[in-house]
Design a protein around this ligand. Structure first.
Ligand code: G1P
Length: 248
């Protein structure tokens, strides 16, 4: 399986340390957070990993340089998560309908291998796409992509809705297993929330317009059992150290 880890963000919520250390390289025990994410991808079956970085984050490249399963691509401009994923997908050859795992580089999961659990859900549903979810308090829905489920199926997604308009309290939680044909939807995706090209918007088009295409993209929502920790800010990082420490 192929995997993409977007890690190009500038770490503005974690300055000043991120001027010299990318947030993804902050240690959790004896390993950088990003290595835990790489380990998660590999044990879920990933054998080809593309990490999307930006200039100034060469420490990441240096650290993983001896790993033949990892390649790097640069996102030259900060145009959003959807754009970073598109660049990562373009670096993977012969993708077409192959499943691609996407693991956000600033989200570590304590207590389970979220990607492996999602791969099992996909396998049990004929290779369908799966998005890892978590329940969030209503007043915080505007920080996340929020989904509408019908049974286990995701039928709609909205990036950072207001609490009044959010379709549920189920948030996208940093892990995706998607059909590689998401690339075509990303290439034609207009900027959305915050003027950025949003992955959520492209997935929404893939799911809600697939009845118009020769392919139907089934997408399942799965609340994985572990706890996602956002290491993009100091509070989240302290929580991650605590949560990961408890699992040692
Ligand atoms: C991104 C996604 C969002 C998701 C979140 C956490 O937002 O756009 O849909 O809920 O990660 O996985 P960001 O935290 O980059 O603003």
């Amino acid at each position: 399986m192929k995997a993409i880890i977007p890690a190009a963000g500038h770490g503005t919520r974690f300055q000043p340390v991120t001027r010299v250390i990318p947030k993804e390289m902050l240690p959790i025990g004896s390993k950088p957070a990003l290595e835990l994410i790489v380990d998660e991808a590999k044990s879920a079956g990933a054998d080809e990993i593309v990490i999307v970085i930006s200039h100034g984050k060469e420490l990441i490249r240096e650290y993983f340089k001896d790993d033949p399963s990892i390649r790097f691509v640069y996102q030259e401009e900060q145009k959003g998560l959807g754009h970073a994923v598109m660049i990562g997908l373009e670096a993977l050859e012969n993708l077409d309908a192959s499943p691609v795992l996407i693991l956000l580089g600033d989200a570590v999961v304590a207590g389970c291998n979220a990607s492996a659990a999602m791969a099992a859900v996909s396998a049990a549903n004929g290779g369908a796409g799966v998005i890892g979810l978590e329940r969030v308090p209503r007043e915080k829905v505007s920080r996340y992509g929020i989904v509408r489920l019908e049974g286990d199926r995701i039928v709609d997604l909205v990036e950072k809705p207001s609490p009044e308009t959010a379709p549920s309290d189920l948030a996208i939680a940093g892990r995706y297993l998607l059909d590689g044909r998401i690339l075509e939807f990303l290439r034609t995706q207009e900027p959305g929330k915050g003027g950025e090209i949003q992955l959520t918007d492209a997935i929404r088009r893939m799911v809600t317009t697939s009845h118009l295409s020769p392919f139907t993209f089934h997408l399942y929502g799965y609340i994985y059992p572990g706890r996602r920790q956002d290491i993009g800010n100091p509070k989240g990082y302290f929580d991650a150290l605590k949560a990961m420490g408890e699992n040692e």
